[in-house]
Design a protein around this ligand. Structure first.
Ligand code: PMP
Length: 354
């Protein structure tokens, strides 16, 4: 750290992204990416758009926003596109939290919420998940804070019912409730429909997971026109050209290719159901997941030992050291072949330690 870094950032603990090892060296089940390449139509669209890179990208992301609006049956005025959904979340923290309005989120959730709160000097109301790792909706009723809920939650994969989201939003008419649906396409129910009637509800989604475009960095927010206008104000005060021309083209083609999207997500859901069944047969504990990852406790060995033993066998998963979850590892659902390799490694690890 240099002596020039301003005081307020000196104690910040940045988000730690999952390891990105050299291609092919490990089976990569650690960052919840799709095992499938982007839609061929997205790749084609990138090639077409590349010739115009001498020009700035469209700051309005018009074609992409129109395609998202069409897909979800909302108006373009209800949509803003961002550089990954991390940027959507950052805009929400900037727009809807300050010294008088803290952020509320669970103790076990997406690690970036805590980092954004610190970055923007916002207080946090951290609400512990219940013993079974579910969110207790009662914790958020009339909480007087901007609420951030990942649904399904990460790293648990567990989902909150839409009725509970509605109740939370209704009980906080003076605050915005942000539902982070990064993983919703793998079995969750989207709250987008609720944004039509709830003017304090925003839904954040991403192209990184179910649409195989993590490297493209495209996210978006859906909500009532006024809230989207607030987010646009932040965007145009920060980085008007926040989404590059190639990602815009890729994402537009990708959301129009419903056939490819449906095939990929079905494949991931099937591989998840198969993996969970095999793990339960082996005696491991697995939380009920609606996401493209599972949270697995090996029960007989520690989470750290399981993580290290899997790595030895060429399988990279994610381990978190926080006390409540250190007995678990988070395993991204890959292709059926990748999951078979993971299951084989797990079987061997448990046998070696019998
Ligand atoms: N929300 C959650 C819950 C996530 O796990 C992630 C992925 N790390 C994100 C948002 C951000 O994803 P992206 O910026 O790639 O859209």
């Amino acid at each position: 750290m240099s002596k020039f870094l301003v005081d307020k950032y000196q104690t910040i603990e940045p988000y730690t992204p999952g390891e990105q090892p050299k291609k092919g060296s490990l089976i990569k089940l650690n960052t919840n990416e799709s095992p499938f390449p982007p839609s061929p139509k997205a790749v084609e669209a990138i090639a077409k758009a590349a010739g115009d890179l001498n020009l700035y990208s469209d700051p309005e992301c018009k074609k992409l926003v129109d395609a998202i609006a069409e897909y979800y049956g909302v108006s373009a005025k209800n949509v803003i596109a961002t550089n990954g959904s991390d940027e959507s979340l950052a805009f929400c923290f900037q727009a809807f939290c300050d010294e008088n309005t803290p952020a509320a989120y669970p103790d076990i959730t997406y690690g970036f919420y805590k980092v954004f709160a610190k970055l923007y000097s916002i207080d946090s109301k951290v609400m512990p998940l219940k013993a079974d790792f579910s969110v207790d909706p009662a914790d958020y009723m009339g909480i007087n804070a901007t609420v951030f809920l990942a649904n399904p939650n990460a790293p648990t994969g567990m989902a909150l019912a839409l009725e509970d989201i509605e109740k939370i939003a209704l009980s906080n008419p003076e605050n915005v409730v942000i539902i982070d649906e990064a993983y919703v396409d793998f079995g969750g129910k989207s709250a987008i429909e609720l944004t039509r009637k709830l003017s304090n509800l925003l839904v954040v989604q991403t192209f990184s997971k179910s649409r195989s475009l993590a490297g493209g960095r495209i996210g978006f927010v859906i909500g009532c026109e006024e809230l989207i206008e607030d987010l646009r104000k932040i965007k145009y005060s920060f980085n008007p050209y926040n989404v590059g021309a190639l990602p815009q083209a890729a994402a537009e083609a990708s959301i129009r290719d419903t056939e490819y999207f449906e095939a990929c997500r079905k494949s991931v859901i099937d591989a998840r159901e198969y993996t969970v069944e095999q793990l339960l047969k082996m005696g491991l504990a697995v939380l009920p997941s609606c996401a493209n990852f599972i949270f697995v406790s090996p029960t007989r060995i520690s989470g750290q030992e399981y993580f290290a033993a899997l790595r030895e066998k060429g399988i990279l998963v994610r381990h978190f050291s926080a006390p409540r979850v250190c007995d678990f590892v988070r395993v991204t659902i890959g292709s059926r072949e990748q999951m078979d390799a993971y299951l084989k490694a797990t079987r061997e690890i448990l046998e070696e330690r019998r």
